[in-house]
Design a binder for this molecule. Structure first.
Ligand code: EPZ
Length: 433
């Protein structure tokens, strides 16, 4: 097992290159199963969730060839199973995308239910099931597996109104409907950049999906998808995390390989906090010289402030002058990291979905533990800004979503190193991504 040792208090300077988007990659990789041919996927992030997704595809019969560090070719012409192994699929939350992909192409999918949740709240998939059922699939949950089957018939297009704006349900239904008979309309669809990316990927393989990025997505079923080449978008949340790190530590960093439009709400909030952000074509220059100001945040589906940036921004606000209010508007709970920040000297009170963050002058290094991916990112930011040494454990969670984070931060002047320590009893299945 690895821990990060961080000596904080050093401002960050330099340039950082943002990797491909995790939440697009973990959907596009399963979507490659739908293609009766070879997909070449570029700008794939080197993170463990991607490694795990590729392993699952291999186990179903896909042939995977690494072209280089960030490009893979996936050949799905010889898939021999539509049932995933429990051991592999339960390890990543995003394994639920295999249901839409396998059901969409083969009319059958049996996938282990995703593992428990580490936010501390429920993560239902009723809207995914509602969508598959509307398309004519029979969905059962038995023995830890979810089984979706078209029962030998073709799925049929349908009008589906989502009761909650769900990223996962929108993407899963898009995949299941891509080769269904006739037209499907998804209303109240999620609009996140990775939804547009999945639609673009499927369209580039021959699908007919319109309206992704708006709340109405129209899908005209096609007979089959063929191979091609596609490059994944840059990771909005990884970029936001480095921006938040600069806000917390001070300094000046050029964040490279981003789509500025995707960063708008994060940029605006950091500017409100007194951080300077200059936007260029595919870079952002982030600078913080003066004190941080308080700000209120409410997380919302895109284009609102992303829940996946909530822990990182709460950490920034923990160091701002005045009292800020953070409200979680997507998940029922996502504040497990707050106790760790408090151990570093933060003054934060959580009441249900709201955190009252009273800014302090500085944080102090401490042994701390990541409880999920973004909680881990928040703790890295806290440790980089804190006085003294911090030791972060359970960093496996962080490495599921942040490519090469230690070296990227070191190149910005951070004093961070990864050290191997004897294994402890670690339950990765509780991680969500
Ligand atoms: C995706 O999760 C992301 N994961 C999450 O990112 C992200 O936090 C979330 O979207 C919201 O943006 C991936 O893309 C792999 P949802 P997902 O379905 O799709 C409720 C990270 O840190 N809901 O949009 O599982 C649900 O309880 C991860 O990178 C239902 O009620 O999220 C929640 O309150 C963590 N029924 C809300 O909708 C359903 O069937 C949004 O969930 C589905 C969801």
């Amino acid at each position: 097992m690895t821990k990060y040792i961080i000596h904080g208090g050093k401002p960050l300077f330099g340039e950082v290159e943002i990797s491909g988007a995790k939440n697009a990659a973990v959907a596009i990789i399963p979507a490659a199963l739908m293609v009766n041919g070879v997909c070449r996927i570029e700008n794939i992030p080197q993170i463990s969730d991607v490694t795990m997704s590729l392993k699952i595809l291999e186990q179903l019969g896909a042939r995977i060839r690494s072209v280089n560090r960030h490009t893979v070719e996936i050949d799905s012409r010889h898939i021999y199973s539509t049932k995933t192994s429990y051991e592999l699929a339960r390890k990543i939350r995003a394994s639920y995308y295999l249901i839409g992909a396998l059901l969409g192409r083969f009319g059958d999918a049996e996938v282990a239910l995703p593992g428990g949740c580490n936010f501390g709240g429920a993560r239902p998939i009723d809207q995914h099931i509602k969508g598959f059922t509307a398309l004519g699939a029979r969905v059962t949950v038995e023995g830890g597996f979810i089984h979706a089957s078209a029962e030998g018939r073709k799925l049929k297009g349908a009008n589906i109104y989502l009761d909650v704006v769900s990223v996962g349900a929108t993407m899963n239904i898009m995949m299941a409907a891509a080769m269904a008979q006739g037209n499907t309309v998804i209303e109240n669809a999620a609009k996140e950049p990775h939804i547009v990316d999945l639609a673009n990927f499927l369209n580039s393989m021959g699908a007919n999906i319109r309206g992704a990025g708006t709340d109405t997505i129209k899908i005209q079923g096609v007979d089959h998808l063929t191979g091609g080449t596609y490059a994944i978008i840059p990771d909005q949340i990884e970029a936001g995390t480095y921006m938040a790190a600069v806000a917390a530590t001070g300094g000046q960093v050029l964040v490279k390989n981003i789509i500025p439009k995707h960063m708008d709400c994060i940029t605006a909030k950091l500017q409100e906090c007194g951080v300077e952000v200059d936007e260029h074509e595919d870079t952002l220059l982030v600078r913080r010289c003066g004190p941080l100001h308080k700000a209120n945040i409410k997380t919302l589906p895109y284009p609102g402030f992303p829940t996946d940036m909530q822990p990182q921004m709460t950490t920034v606000l923990a160091l701002a002058e005045g009292t800020s209010l953070v409200t979680e508007g997507v998940w029922s709970s996502r504040y497990r990291y707050v106790d760790e920040l408090k151990r570093m000297g933060a003054r934060i009170q959580v009441d249900d979905k709201t955190a009252v963050v009273e800014g302090v002058d500085h944080l102090t290094g401490a042994p701390i533990q990541a409880s999920d991916l973004r909680a881990g990112a928040a703790l890295v930011i806290a440790a980089l800004a804190a006085h003294g040494e911090s030791e972060i454990s359970q960093v496996q969670y962080i490495e599921r979503g942040y490519e090469d984070i230690v070296n990227k931060l070191r190149s910005l002047g951070a004093d961070i190193r990864a050290v191997d320590v004897p294994d402890e009893d670690l339950d990765l299945t509780a991680h969500i991504s």
